[in-house]
Design a protein around this ligand. Structure first.
Ligand code: THU
Length: 130
């Protein structure tokens, strides 16, 4: 399955009654398996979760901790970039050179990398003892 088809399909299941902005994300684990997630909003707004977070949770629940490719899609005028929190979450499991494709349902696509999205990431080296 392609990341695009997985992200497009899971987006239909997004629970977004407050923003009416459905997002689908798909990631490929190092094993090759594709994991998908959608945004899940909550009436207590800050409790909502992003599509990327759902896809990452599915990957980790399946026993994988390395992602090698990311795809995000939404019905927006321009490709949607992962929010700040999701950039940090992607950085936890993906190397700087992992490609992130951001797409619109209208067919636009932009490709970047986790490193470009989160330069100077806070990572495990920072919490080592001196
Ligand atoms: N959202 C995502 O799921 N991923 C993104 O990359 C950007 C934003 C969601 C969060 C919220 O449910 C809705 O889009 C509007 O911000």
């Amino acid at each position: 399955m392609t990341l695009k088809s997985a992200a497009t399909a899971v987006r239909e299941n997004a629970h977004a009654p407050y923003s009416n902005f459905k997002v689908g994300a798909a990631i490929r684990g190092a094993s090759g398996t594709v994991y998908a997630g959608c945004n899940v909003e909550n009436v207590a707004y800050p409790e909502g979760t992003c599509a990327e977070a759902g896809a990452i949770a599915a990957m980790v629940a399946a026993g994988e901790t390395k992602l090698v490719e990311v795809f995000v899609i939404a019905d927006s005028p321009m490709p949607v970039t992962p929010c700040g929190g999701c950039r940090q979450k992607l950085s936890e499991f993906g190397a700087n050179n992992v490609t992130v494709t951001m797409a619109t349902t209208g067919g636009a696509e932009e490709v970047t990398t986790i490193g470009n999205l989160l330069p100077g990431a806070f990572d495990a080296d920072h919490i080592k003892e001196t």
